[in-house]
Design a protein around this ligand. Structure first.
Ligand code: DC
Length: 235
């Protein structure tokens, strides 16, 4: 293997467990963890703060031109700041979740955030999770994974996330919101959620996080021992 930073792309639908798994893989590999969904959420959060219409691309793009985005690595994870402010858990609020797919479907928003995501290799190796990491952001990496889980398991996990943040929800509402978001994320014209060519698909419905992490680490080790013809480690 060359000394170039390792890039691991982890894609999959909402609440498939990819955040927990990506963090653990990053820690095991000594890489930084990047939650690209948090970036789309942060832009949505800012738009709602400014009382903009999340479905109005012109308004959102104008805001994007005004704001300053930068990053800090905090305990191995990239944190995106907007005008120097890290929004923290505010990006997890149901109001943000409800609108984020609209913002993420705007091509200019994706263009700006994809450039920011690529620029993070300046910090070294990355495990980046999202929807288009293996297909659009880092298509050259040989280490691509697609983490899936069945719909009821995903709804259960998302509800546990909300409960941990003391946000009241009900199972039917959470399941419905997830289904709606999956539909928008998978059917949008630009960079829809998909299994990237060459990605290893892992069904995480019944695995423990450790089991899925081990599958990913074993696959990466195997890929590093036997690089595919033409595949490369990107710097
Ligand atoms: O992973 P998440 O649920 O926090 O993602 C929030 C939203 O952002 C979701 O609707 C999909 C979108 N997203 C995207 O379009 N591309 C990414 N790389 C990551 C997230």
């Amino acid at each position: 293997m060359s000394g170039a930073p390792v890039i691991v792309a982890v894609d999959g639908p909402s609440a498939s467990g990819k955040s927990t798994i990506s963090r653990m893989v990053a820690q095991r590999l000594g890489c930084n963890y990047v939650d690209s969904g948090a970036m789309y959420r942060a832009v949505t959060w800012k738009a709602l703060e400014e009382k903009l219409d999340a479905g109005n691309a012109e308004q959102i793009v104008a805001m994007l031109r005004r704001i300053k985005i930068d990053f800090e690595i905090v305990t191995g994870a990239a944190q995106m700041r907007i005008n120097g402010v890290f929004p923290g858990d505010a990006i997890r609020a149901p109001q943000v979740a409800e609108k984020v797919s609209l913002v993420a479907a705007i091509p200019e928003v994706r263009h700006v955030l994809v450039e920011q995501q690529r620029s993070l290799i300046r910090f070294g190796g990355l495990v980046m999770e999202g929807r288009d990491i293996g297909s659009v952001v880092f298509p050259e990496t040989p280490h691509k994974f697609y983490i899936d889980a069945n719909a009821s398991e995903r709804a259960k996990r998302r509800q546990q996330d909300f409960a941990a943040m003391k946000i009241e929800t009900n199972t039917a509402g959470v399941a419905q919101a997830l289904a709606q978001r999956d539909k928008l994320d998978s059917s949008r014209a630009v960079a829809p959620l998909q299994v990237a060519p060459g990605a290893t698909v892992v069904d995480n419905s019944t695995n423990t996080p450790e089991q899925t992490v081990q599958i990913i680490l074993d696959t990466i080790a195997q890929q590093q021992r036997h690089p595919r013809r033409g595949a490369q480690f990107i710097a």
